[in-house]
Ligand binder design. Structure first.
Ligand SMILES: [Zn+2]
Length: 250
């Protein structure tokens, strides 16, 4: 249960009727696994921490570089050279001392991810490459963990929710097959700081909705966001009967 001082911290949010004290307590009872402490992971993890997540496992094996700082605001100039998960954990604890943070500094693949995801209630994918994103999709599907996933490049991004606790759910591979997907990288094509802020915030919002049961999460949908033209569109996703991840195809 939350103590009085802790409740005071979340007063504005608890005043939202759809959330209330009950929803706030659910957030405190939830462990979020945030994979990637970069452009998307910075806003997503900071918002989850500030909003009252009980525990965040923050995974990133990379180190903070000067060219990260313009958008990866979990990190500071003084922490250049530090592991990103460890640097991020400092920022998250600073914003909310009631939060439990566990930094994970190894690289993410199917083998390392499985025991990590098994300890989480909700997985928030904030990585920067297609290979890791597909590994996260496979493990979340296998373990039936709800997955919030996003990507951002130049001025456009996408966000989706796959709630694998439910049956007949498509997966990320149904929508974006691994063997067809081009690995577009922000490191070569660039990305706008304000866009990663928006996409990471949308991921936090979806994860909070999944944790508390409020609102309507973007389940089995993809929202495409184009900040240069102010274009937000939502498309429905369907399971692919040939999908090698969720339908045993190919
Ligand atoms: Zn699938």
């Amino acid at each position: 249960m939350m103590e009085a001082k802790e409740k005071e911290r979340y007063l504005r949010q608890m005043n939202v009727a759809e959330l209330g004290e009950k929803g706030q307590q659910k957030l405190k009872d939830t462990t979020f696994l945030v994979i990637g402490a970069g452009g998307l992971g910075s806003p997503a993890a900071l918002l989850l921490a500030a909003a009252g997540a009980g525990k965040i496992i923050l995974a990133d094996f990379d180190t903070v570089e000067v060219n990260n700082l313009s958008r990866q605001f979990l990190h500071t100039d003084a922490r250049v050279g530090m592991n990103k998960a460890e640097s991020g954990a400092i920022a998250l604890k600073e914003i909310n001392p009631y939060l439990t943070v566990e930094p994970y500094t190894e690289s993410i693949n199917d083998e390392t991810l499985e025991p990590l995801a098994a300890r989480a209630d909700i997985v928030v994918e904030c990585c920067d490459n297609s290979k890791t994103r597909h590994a996260i999709n496979r493990v979340c599907h296998k373990l039936r963990k709800p997955l919030v996933t996003s990507g951002a490049i130049r001025g456009a991004g996408q966000v989706s929710v796959f709630d694998f606790r439910e049956s007949d759910t498509p997966c990320y591979d149904c929508a974006f097959p691994e063997d067809e997907e081009k690995d577009l990288k922000a490191s070569t094509l660039g990305v706008l700081t304000s866009l990663t802020g928006i996409m990471g915030a949308l991921e936090a919002s979806e994860a909070i909705k999944l944790a508390t049961g409020m609102g309507k999460p973007l389940k089995n949908q993809v929202m495409l966001v184009d900040v240069l033209n102010n274009d937000f569109q939502i498309f429905n996703l369907k399971p692919n009967p040939e999908c090698p991840v969720c339908h045993g195809g190919k």
